[in-house]
Design a protein around this ligand. Structure first.
Ligand SMILES: *Cc1c(COP(=O)(O)O)cnc(C)c1O
Length: 412
């Protein structure tokens, strides 16, 4: 690996070159048996991934977006319901909600973890809703609709703080569907149960994406939903396959949302490497944390004691995000922003009538976040170069703009 070459934000070519000998026979077998949809490789992967997530069932799907949608529908979310999530996520979380026929609504995030703030979830239910007499379920005053589910997002590979979210959900009869699309293998220490729990095993159901850039990525589009409820699993199997209970017996109208056999075979092969890859990401994150501690003005990811994150992304915060990103780019270091526009301010959701200022923490964070290169194949030398360039930027800025008495922490 060259010391001066471009450091890509993501490097998907190297890992597939390493695995080529293992992956090619999977394609060949599919060609020779013409087994492209369904079949044993899908069932094998489903069993393996359910075991990996500590759940009883896994249903292979065509994408993470379908996984959010089918998980909600199968859990019992009905058209017209309100489903709460966060505005600091990829739009697919909200798309899954509206494609299930529900109205997405938002609560703000915690400024340190960037995931749903449990106290804000409670405040939303207390302020915006009243409890319906007979059912005891929260009813949104303005939308005149029941609030039936909450979708915490395990953003960047770290779970949301699930204990208090599950507490509020129990109190208000909400179903919890985890968006674990960035968190394959992440763990959460439940103080309530005094044990580590896997991302995806804490709600009624959870959505995973195997989009190529995710910690476990297919060579194409793929996703899955996991659950420990037999009934929810059965409904998701029907939804993905045109509502069939058996061939040509359509109990409900469904979708074409299946995981294909080639992707399933590839995912099984790659799943064996996932623990090692996640471990490498953790080691790299530890190294970034350590080295960036000496760079003034950089806020590194906050990892609470209840979290074992899998660092789908390594996201820092700085005041002059644009300046830093431009500097890194000219030093041939690629970066990303996840995500620059909060969902409530997206054009697609203009019809809902949200305004700037509605979710101030998300809005502030969106201006300051920068995702640094993070993948198992990132070398120590490359990582050192990223940090060195950040350091250079910080000291240049510091000597330029800061009066002598200013604390070093405000350099960026
Ligand atoms: C990737 C992702 C999705 C959607 O997954 P697709 O497989 O691309 O449909 C949903 N939610 C989050 C948080 C994601 O990062």
């Amino acid at each position: 690996m060259s010391d001066t070459g471009r450091i890509p934000f993501l490097n998907l070519a190297d890992v597939h070159r390493e695995l080529e000998a293992e992956l090619l026979p999977i394609f060949q077998k599919a060609l020779r048996t013409a087994g492209f949809v369904g079949g044993p490789s899908v069932e094998v992967f489903e069993r393996e991934f359910a075991a990996f997530c500590d759940t009883a069932y896994c249903v292979g799907l065509g994408s993470g977006t379908d996984a959010v949608r089918f998980a909600l529908m199968a859990s019992g979310v009905e058209p017209g319901d309100v489903v709460i999530t966060v505005p600091h996520t990829f739009i697919a979380t909200a798309e899954g909600i509206s494609q299930a026929g529900a109205r997405p609504d938002f609560v703000d995030i915690d400024e340190r973890t960037y995931s749903m703030h449990p106290a804000k979830l409670r405040a939303y239910l207390e302020r915006e809703c009243y409890l319906e007499r007979e059912s005891g379920k929260p009813y949104h005053r303005r939308y005149r609709a029941p609030v039936t589910a909450v979708v915490p997002v395990h953003i960047y590979g770290q779970t949301a703080d699930m204990d208090p979210i599950l507490d509020v959900a129990r109190e208000y009869n909400l179903m919890v569907i985890e968006d674990a699309c960035q968190a394959h293998g992440a763990e959460y220490f439940s103080r309530a149960e005094n044990r580590w729990r896997k991302a995806g095993s804490m709600g009624i159901a959870a959505a995973f994406s195997f989009y190529p850039g995710k910690n476990l990525g297919a060579c194409g589009e793929a996703g899955a939903a996991v659950t420990s409820s037999e009934a929810v699993a059965r409904k998701m199997r029907m939804l993905r396959d045109h509502g069939q209970s058996k061939k040509y017996y359509h109990d409900v109208e469904g979708y074409n949302g299946r995981l294909d056999s080639i992707q399933a075979g590839i995912l099984s092969a790659k799943l064996r490497y996932l623990p090692e890859w996640n471990q490498k990401r953790r080691a790299l994150a530890g190294r970034y944390d350590e080295m960036l501690a000496t760079v003034p003005g950089v806020i590194t990811p906050h990892t609470p004691e209840w979290s074992r994150a899998v660092y789908h992304l390594y996201v820092v915060r700085v005041k002059d995000r644009t300046g830093l990103q431009e500097h890194l780019s000219s030093a041939r270091v690629d970066t990303g922003i996840h995500y620059p526009i909060p969902l409530h301010l997206q054009k697609a959701y203009a019809g809902y009538g949200y305004r700037p200022g509605d979710f101030p923490v998300t809005e502030k964070v969106a201006e300051e976040i920068l995702s640094l290169p993070m993948y198992p194949q990132l070398t120590q030398t490359q990582l050192n170069r990223v940090v060195e360039q950040m350091s250079r930027f910080a000291s240049a800025r510091h000597s330029q703009t800061a009066p002598r008495q200013m604390p070093a922490a405000s350099a960026l």
